[in-house]
Design a protein around this ligand. Structure first.
Ligand SMILES: NC(=O)c1ccc[n+]([C@@H]2O[C@H](COP(=O)([O-])OP(=O)(O)OC[C@H]3O[C@@H](n4cnc5c(N)ncnc54)[C@H](OP(=O)(O)O)[C@@H]3O)[C@@H](O)[C@H]2O)c1
Length: 341
């Protein structure tokens, strides 16, 4: 995707992280000049990170960090965002935050540009915009085009989430476990509660009193908000799989009106940001290795459930790079919208 940004001076908090690094790659490609970029971090403060043809030094956050910047991108977790995003707004900046800190705030737009760009209509800078949860973004890219034609009444999702969704330390741990496995050495398990390599395990986020983990709760609450469908029934089961990047998910929809699988396929074929990969004859369907590093969400296995009323049950399989469309790319698309590009 080619994005041209004219955003003025920018700060990126969390530049050394999995999402931060992806943002830097997209921003450099979009032509944001190195002298306009200011990087912040914690443990990485003092180190330098390649950007375009330059090296940028990461600084510690301080009271004056956001003086003279127009935009601050946060990719540093909810605690950091809660403390520092309001300070960035006080300094006059537009903030786009990747964490869950502000996603439930009705005054903060929660936006997937292809799905609900209208949520930005009332946004007035300076202020905060929240980037949705990565699984939510990928699920809605594959289902919102269907919802617009045949409103969804119930959505059931089972995810297969990449290890990089848990951050740079989990990514490194997966690589280390692969090396140790080949060497016949014992595997170290530190970044995640379970072994990442060759494993499938329940998402590590905290489980609530209702038995759903936080990732599953986010998919429910954020999807309802983004689709402006507060009564939509949504349940999810979120699981990690030992692949480096690109979340996959099986999605089961109940529709209020019949929709033939062929019509659903045609809708998705013309949806921006979606690539239909659905060729049973050739055995070609969405795969994590094909989604990884790409901008589009891949959708396939599109079929009607024969055990429901004709056309009222639709099944599909989606796969998207959660570091790009699920985080960095979505945030920068939002930035392009608010900066009028
Ligand atoms: N990974 C994904 O697929 C994904 C997808 C969607 C949303 N998100 C969200 O994006 C955010 C970043 O996730 P990530 O996966 O990139 O995590 P990560 O790889 O662990 O990176 C975290 C970043 O936050 C920085 N940081 C931590 N504490 C800080 C502090 N006190 N002050 C300044 N910087 C601080 C770290 O800097 P140092 O290295 O210098 O300590 C690092 O750059 C999280 O809110 C996450 O939920 C992640």
């Amino acid at each position: 995707m080619s994005l041209e940004l004219k955003t003025g001076r920018m700060a990126l908090v969390g530049a050394s992280g999995a999402v931060g690094r992806e943002m830097l790659s997209i921003l450099a490609q979009a032509g944001v000049a190195a002298q306009d970029m200011h990087l912040f971090g914690s443990r990485s403060a003092g180190s330098s990170i390649p950007y375009g043809g330059s090296e940028l030094v990461v600084a510690d956050l301080a009271g004056n960090s956001f003086d003279d910047v127009d935009v601050v991108l946060f990719a540093a977790g909810a605690d950091v965002a809660r403390e520092w995003a309001p300070r960035a707004v006080d300094a006059g900046a537009t903030v786009i935050d990747n964490s869950s800190a502000f996603r439930g705030d009705p005054d903060v737009p929660l936006v997937v540009p292809e799905v609900n760009p209208e949520a930005l209509h009332s946004f007035v800078a300076p202020g905060i915009i929240a980037n949705p949860n990565c699984s939510t973004i990928i699920a809605l890219m594959g289902t919102a085009p269907i919802h617009r034609r045949a409103p969804i009444t119930r959505m059931s999702i089972a995810t297969y989430q990449a290890i990089s969704g848990a951050g740079a330390s989990a990514m490194s741990e997966l690589d280390r476990q692969a090396v140790d496995h080949v060497a016949g050495d014992p595997l170290t398990v530190e970044a995640l509660p379970s072994q990442a390599l060759f494993n499938v395990f329940s998402h590590e986020s905290r489980i609530g009193k209702d038995g759903f983990n936080e990732e599953e709760q986010k998919i429910r609450s954020e999807s309802r908000r983004i689709l402006a469908a507060p009564g939509l029934a949504i349940s999810a089961t979120c699981v990690r799989v030992g692949v480096p990047r690109a979340h996959a998910m099986a999605i089961d929809l109940d529709l209020s009106e019949p929709l033939d699988a062929a019509d659903a396929r045609a809708l998705l074929q013309s949806a921006p940001g979606v690539t239909v990969v659905d060729d049973p004859e050739q055995g070609r369907f969405p795969e994590s290795v094909h989604a990884a590093g790409g901008d589009n969400v891949l959708v396939g296995r599109i079929r009607n459930d024969p055990d429901r009323a004709p056309g009222r049950g639709l099944l599909l399989f989606a796969c998207g790079d959660q570091l790009r469309k699920g985080a960095a790319l979505n945030a920068i698309q939002v930035l392009a919208l608010v900066s009028g590009e």
